[in-house]
Design a protein around this ligand. Structure first.
Ligand code: G1P
Length: 283
C-alpha cells in the first residue's frame, strides 16, 4: 500500500543515573555500558534501524556526552585504523552512523519517563513514533526471519495504526518493577488494553503482563502526558498517560517474540553478557 503510515522516528530516554551500576556509572552514562563489545544504546539503535527507523532522538541528562560522541565519526580513530585488520570492529557503528540522523535534547529536570518523552515532542511533531528503553535488551527471535521487538511492533502499527506497547509475562512477585496491563485478547498475542498500573504490588496488580521498554505511540500521547499528574515514585509516568489515552483511543499490547534481558539489573546484565557472548559475538 502506497500510503501505509510508517514509523520514522524513535526516542531514547537516557537521562537516568544508573545508580545500580555505581561506581561504573559515575562518569559514564549507563547506556554506554557494554554487553560484550557494544554499548547497550547501540543495540537499541540497531533494533530501531532494523524496524525501518532512521531518525533517532536522545533525551539526555547532564554527563551524557559520550552518547553523542559514540554516534559521531571519530577522525583520529578512523585515521589510525584505516586499512588495518581492526577496521571490521567499526562496521556496525559506521552503518548506523551512515544510515541514521541523530538529535539530542536535554531533559533539564528528572521528572520521570513520561516527562522525558514529553521533552522529545519538538523532535516528533505530529506523527507516530517509537520509544526504546535501552536497558531492556531485546535479542533477535530464534526464527530467522523475525525482527526484534521494535520491528514486530512497527509492523503491527501499519495494520492497526494506534499506540502499541510490548509486554511479557513476569512472575507475579515481580510486578512492582514494571507497568502492568490488563486487557482483552483480540488476536494471537495481541491485547486491547483496558487498564494499566505503574509498579503495583502483586496484590494490586491487574495481571502479570508487564510493559517492556518498547513503545509505538501516536502523537495524541503528548496531550495526555500534559494532563498526567506525578504518580509512582512522584514521577510523571508514561503508563498513566497511556491509561488515560486507552479510555479514548485504541491502545494495544503485544507479546513480542524473542528474549528480553533486564540490563538495568546486575543479574540481567550478566545474563545478557553470557547470552550475547555465546550466541552473537562468537558467531
Ligand atoms: C519503565 C516503565 C515501566 C516499564 C519498564 C520496563 O520503568 O515506567 O512501565 O515496565 O520501564 O523496563 P523503569 O524500569 O524505568 O523504572
Amino acid at each position: 500500500m502506497a500510503n501505509t503510515p510508517k514509523v520514522r522516528k524513535c526516542l531514547f530516554p537516557a537521562a537516568g543515573y544508573g545508580t545500580r551500576f555505581l561506581p561504573a556509572t559515575k562518569a559514564m552514562p549507563k547506556e554506554m555500558l557494554p554487553i560484550v563489545n557494544k554499548p547497550l544504546i547501540q543495540y537499541g539503535v540497531e533494533e530501531a534501524l532494523e524496524a525501518g527507523i532512521t531518525q533517532i532522538g536522545f533525551i539526555v541528562g547532564r554527563g551524557k556526552r559520550a552518547i553523542a560522541d559514540h554516534f559521531d565519526t571519530s577522525y583520529e580513530l578512523e585515521h589510525q585504523i584505516k586499512g588495518t585488520s581492526k577496521e571490521k570492529y567499526l562496521d556496525d557503528i559506521r552503518e548506523v552512523i551512515d544510515k541514521c540522523d541523530f538529535l539530542l535534547m536535554r531533559q533539564r529536570e528528572m521528572l520521570g519517563l513520561g516527562h522525558a518523552i514529553l521533552t522529545g515532542e519538538p523532535m516528533i511533531g505530529n506523527e507516530a513514533f517509537a520509544v526504546v528503553l535501552a536497558d531492556d535488551l531485546c535479542a533477535a527471535p530464534t526464527e530467522k526471519d523475525d525482527m526484534r521487538a521494535l520491528g514486530q511492533l512497527a509492523k503491527l502499527y501499519q495494520r492497526y495504526q494506534c499506540s502499541i506497547i510490548a509486554i511479557e509475562e513476569v512472575p507475579m512477585e515481580d510486578t512492582a518493577s514494571y507497568g502492568i496491563i490488563s486487557g482483552e485478547l483480540i488476536a494471537d498475542g495481541i491485547y486491547q488494553v483496558h487498564d494499566m498500573v505503574e509498579k503495583p504490588k502483586p496484590e494490586n496488580a491487574p495481571s502479570n503482563m508487564a510493559i517492556i521498554g518498547r513503545y509505538i505511540l501516536t502523537p495524541e500521547i503528548f496531550s495526555y502526558l500534559r494532563k498526567t499528574k506525578p504518580g509512582a515514585n512522584g514521577e510523571i509516568q508514561i503508563t498513566d498517560a497511556l491509561k488515560l489515552m486507552a479510555k479514548e483511543h485504541q491502545v494495544l499490547a503485544v507479546k513480542f517474540k524473542g528474549r528480553r534481558f533486564d540490563c538495568g539489573s546486575v543479574e540481567g546484565f550478566i545474563e545478557a553478557t553470557n547470552y550475547y557472548y555465546e550466541n552473537v559475538y562468537k558467531n
